[in-house]
Design a binder for this molecule. Structure first.
Ligand SMILES: Nc1nc(=O)c2c([nH]1)NC[C@@H]1CN(c3ccc(C(=O)N[C@@H](CCC(=O)O)C(=O)O)cc3)C=[N+]21
Length: 301
């Protein structure tokens, strides 16, 4: 029997366009009132073809908001010292308000050393230990872009989340852990599930909010989802799609979409869900960083 989509599809593409509009307004106002043009520097080491779309979108959208975009490509033979020297140079450059070093890095480079070399106030990814520490203790952190994008979509869909049961599937430093923190701050009762979780299906079935961030195609099954739950699918997995012709591929999330959409109250699609929101939040974080560096209250923009 074919399943039927009953869930509201959360349109991350449309929502991210709204977020970027807000960013563009703030950028214009920073220029007019303060004579400041925010600058975002992106450093890419090596060539990962999968990230080319992402990088192109990022550069295009940064420009569209009126910000300055600085782009650095370094060969995959780059040493840790060379990358640290680039990071230091950007730390000291007053035209650069935000720095993103694209991950993963080649194996000769220690990621933590590089991330923690970024000036915390320019760390628009929110990966620096100072920022994760601030997030964990209720301070003014730079919040990682993907979890921030998920939170904005959840707030837009649900409003007050107080008392809701949330499950985060995945415990990465980049998504799972900060996401759990944000849900906790929103007064949810939070479970973090992972590869050693005993009965994942039973855990997911309890949740009003499911955030899937494991990076395994369709591993969260639709029939685990509680009726009416809100499902945020962080996964972007490219899989073979022989039904579309030889050598064809398609993108799927970490959630089995069709079956989950038949049970959920609302769900994000892949593509067009979390991905575009991640980029929009990177731009938003760059404005936040610019304001903090210049002691400007963003509410006055
Ligand atoms: N320091 C760092 N920060 C990151 O945030 C970071 C990173 N490194 N390394 C790579 C990953 C990947 N990532 C994506 C963001 C948006 C889309 C995105 O917008 N995807 C679209 C289009 C997908 C497609 O068509 O290929 C979508 O989901 O609709 C994809 C991937 C950020 N990353």
């Amino acid at each position: 029997m074919p399943t039927e989509t009953t869930a509201k599809i959360i349109d991350g593409k449309a929502f991210s366009a709204k977020v970027r509009e807000g960013v563009a307004k703030d950028v214009a106002s920073l220029k007019e009132k303060h004579g400041i043009t925010p600058g975002l520097a992106v450093v890419i080491v090596g060539e990962d073809p999968a990230s080319q779309v992402y990088v192109r979108n990022k550069v295009k959208q940064t420009g569209e908001t009126g910000m300055n975009s600085f782009h650095f490509e370094m060969p995959d033979t780059t040493s840790q010292e060379e990358l640290l020297a680039k990071v230091n140079e950007l730390n000291e450059d007053p035209a650069v308000n935000g720095i993103l070093v694209q991950l993963p890095l080649p194996k000769q480079i220690d990621e933590a050393s590089v991330i923690n070399a970024i000036a915390p106030e320019k760390d628009v990814d929110g990966f620096h230990v100072i920022n994760s520490g601030l997030l964990a203790t209720g301070g003014d952190a730079m919040v990682p872009c993907t979890p921030l994008g998920c939170l904005l979509m959840l707030q837009d869909t649900l409003g007050d989340m107080s008392g809701k049961k949330a499950i985060v599937v995945g415990r990465s430093n980049i998504v799972g852990k900060p996401m759990a923190q944000l849900l906790l701050d929103a007064n949810c009762t939070v479970t973090i599930a992972h590869s050693r979780t005993k009965d994942l299906a039973a855990e997911v079935a309890q949740a009003d909010i499911v955030v899937a961030a494991v990076g395994r195609p369709e591993m969260v099954k639709g029939d685990w989802i509680k009726e009416g739950a809100t499902v945020i699918d962080v996964g972007i997995n490219r899989i073979d799609a022989p039904e579309r012709g030889e050598g064809k591929t398609r993108l799927v999330g970490d959630v089995e979409f069709e079956t989950a959409a038949a049970r959920a109250g609302a769900i994000t699609p892949v593509p067009g869900g979390v991905g575009p929101m991640t980029i929009a939040c990177l731009l938003k974080n760059t404005v936040t960083a610019t304001c903090r560096q210049n002691n400007i209250d963003p509410d006055t923009l």
